[in-house]
Design a protein around this ligand. Structure first.
Ligand code: FAD
Length: 427
């Protein structure tokens, strides 16, 4: 990775250091231009920068308006020496071998299976709801068959599953829905589950065994030295220049580039022509406490609407770090702030389709990532999306350069023919 210095020349980014760029940057020496300008140094932008530089030898300028790389997955060591995630806990899990193989070039892994407890009825019980959850809440001793029958007896028939409320009430009944989902969803989205698309709660399974893992994916691990280090390794290529603290608006007319890849918000790119795409945001309160451990698992959910935050994360569980203190993050959902979660409602999907049509009519710009496509994606999905997009770019680049080669050789042939003709004429 090469970071541009304030006079626009390339300077090496120290390994392990976060590259912070001053706000004002001149581009005097970048006039020679780049093959690609990539907006956003999160997974989408960084994977594409790496692939284009490594595989196609393209010169890439990667910019981000934040003061760091890694997008929402950014992590760093705090004053207590604990590795924390600035934008809330990011747990890596996937079923894609292709994605694991790709990322494993840039990181080793620490096996970690995510566990979440929910604070319900004054106790901590597993979520997703499983056999243990039911036993603890109802003081029962159950076999998996009993648990299944118990949930069936609680479930309410729902004629057509449309909303997030329908999904849960249809699977586990109203009582468990109210204990675990209603308050949490209302806090998280500022909307009642009955107003939200079914996709929001469909992501959380219900189990009748004692499996208490949050995810069922075949690969569940954390980057051994954190996400930021993984991104630094990914971007450590002489063809990649990174500029931080740099908004697209500041450089769009100042830098020369052939092609643009944009992983920022699609509505912002088009100056909010049809209005703003709604997002739900979060405020994070990071805290380090003078005790070795705080809670039994990495994340504890607080579904009650009497508590303002939705969950508390304790990072030591993700990293295995040993320290007399421990670092936590409290998450407070918010209407305003950084765009985190696209709000899945039909009218928003409709609005996005309008922007998508504009994007389709703008062939020299490619929109990627969760903000570029207004969809909630997990990290592995964004990596998969970026790798698939790279394949398409590679094919186009190859056919374009094949055409250019053919045109050049045709020009040579034509030149030879003309020269021969001229010679012939002189004979
Ligand atoms: C609280 C939270 C928790 C999550 N937890 C998980 C998890 O546990 N597991 C999981 O797999 N996924 C998780 N995710 C999803 C994960 O964050 C995304 O999949 C991933 O960040 C998407 O990468 P991206 O490159 O599309 O977007 P981002 O990471 O958001 O990167 C986009 C970048 O573009 C920059 N940018 C935008 N506009 C401009 C502009 N105009 N000029 C310059 N730069 C710009 C932004 O600053 C940003 O850094 C979570 C998301 C959130 C919000």
């Amino acid at each position: 990775m090469r970071a541009l210095t304030p006079n626009g020349t390339a300077g090496g980014a120290a390994k392990g250091a976060v590259v912070a760029m001053p706000k004002r940057t001149r581009f005097a020496n970048t006039r020679s231009g780049f093959d690609y300008l990539i907006v956003g140094a999160g997974f989408a932008g960084s994977v594409l920068a790496e692939r284009l530089a490594t595989e196609l030898d393209k010169r890439v300028l990667l910019i981000d308006r934040r003061p760091h790389i890694a997008g929402n997955a950014y992590d760093h060591y705090n004053d207590a020496g604990l590795l924390i995630h600035r934008y809330g806990p990011h747990i890596f899990h996937t079923n894609s071998t292709q994605v694991v193989n790709y990322l494993s070039r840039f990181t080793k892994w620490r096996p970690y299976e995510h566990k979440v407890l929910a604070h319900v009825d004054e106790q901590l019980v597993p979520i997703p709801i499983n056999l243990t959850t039911l036993e603890k809440l109802y003081g029962l001793k159950l076999t998996p068959e009993d648990a299944e029958a118990f949930l069936k007896s609680k479930a309410e028939p729902v004629a057509e599953i449309r909303t997030s409320e329908d999904v849960v009430v249809g699977a586990v009944g109203r009582e468990l829905y109210e204990k675990f989902f209603r308050g949490y969803t209302r806090k998280q989205w500022g909307l009642d589950p009955s107003e939200l698309d079914k996709s929001v709660t469909s992501r959380v399974p219900t189990r009748t065994n004692t499996d208490d893992r949050y995810f069922g994916d075949s690969f569940q691990s954390m980057p051994l030295h954190g996400y930021t280090r993984m991104f630094e390794n990914m971007l450590d290529h002489p063809n990649i220049k990174v500029m931080l603290n740099t908004d697209f608006e500041e450089v769009r007319t100042e830098v020369q580039y052939d092609k643009l890849i944009y992983s920022g918000p699609i509505d912002e790119y088009f100056d909010f022509r049809f209005g703003k795409l709604p997002y739900r945001s979060l405020q994070f309160r990071h805290e380090t406490v003078e005790q070795e451990n705080f809670q039994p698992v990495a994340v504890v959910n607080y579904p009650s609407e009497d508590v303002a935050y939705t969950r508390i994360t304790e990072y030591k569980h993700l990293t295995g770090q040993v320290n007399p203190r421990t670092s936590l993050t409290y998450e407070y959902p918010a209407a305003d702030g950084d765009p985190y979660y696209p709000v899945p409602r039909p009218e928003n999907a409709e609005l996005y389709r309008k922007y998508q049509a504009l994007a389709d009519a703008t062939p020299d710009v490619t929109f990627v990532g969760r903000l570029g496509t207004y969809r909630y994606y997990n990290m592995d999905q964004v990596v998969g999306q970026a790798l698939a997009l790279f394949k398409r770019i590679e094919e186009t680049e190859k056919s374009e350069s094949g055409l250019a080669r053919a045109a050049r050789s045709m020009a040579r042939v034509n030149g030879t023919v003309r020269a021969e003709a001229a010679q012939g004429a002189g004979d």
